[in-house]
Design a binder for this molecule. Structure first.
Ligand code: CA2
Length: 151
């Protein structure tokens, strides 16, 4: 059986749809998760979708992905701009990595212009709102097929 695509979400993303709708929209994280499963199903893939407010938990899930994921989509939230631990964990993955953001951090405060994740990401996607999540599933499917063409 093929391994799932991991979709990991960092701190505060559990508040999606309930706070700051002018930046992040009014869709909840549960609805975002449903959109990922739906797009993955159409592509014949599975998704493991998780969110945590704790850096160490995200590091543990990245470790789980070393042998357990076919691709890693990660929105590390604010940890994008601070976390050497997440960078170091991601370095251990051999599968494609997509760094995903709902907003476009480059249009926001200067401290959001730095990402510790970008150097190890296969691709980055940002500024597409929550619609970026199912698009990232499609992009990941393309990257995985490119990495491992069928015999
Ligand atoms: O645009 C993104 O996806 C971010 O990763 C979101 C992070 C932010 O620190 C990054 O710079 C860009 C913040 C996540 C907070 O999510 C919330 C969602 C709804 C309400 C409040 C916070």
């Amino acid at each position: 059986m093929t391994k799932p695509i991991f979709v990991l979400n960092g701190p505060n993303l559990n508040l999606l749809g309930r706070r700051e709708p002018h930046i992040y929209g009014s869709t909840t994280l549960a609805e975002v998760e449903a959109s990922c499963h739906e797009r993955a199903r159409a592509l014949g893939r599975e998704v493991t979708f998780r969110q945590s407010n704790y850096e160490g938990q995200i590091v543990d899930w990245i470790h789980e992905a070393i042998d357990g994921a076919t691709g890693m989509i990660i929105n590390p939230g604010a940890l994008t701009h601070t976390s050497v631990a997440i960078l170091d964990a991601l370095k251990n993955l051999s599968c494609p990595i997509i760094e995903l953001h709902i907003s476009n951090p480059h249009q926001r405060e200067a401290f959001r212009h730095v990402s510790y994740v970008t150097p190890v990401a296969t691709a980055t996607m940002c500024g597409l709102g929550v619609g970026g999540y199912p698009l990232a599933i499609e992009a990941m499917d393309m990257l995985v097929r490119k990495a491992r063409p069928k015999a």
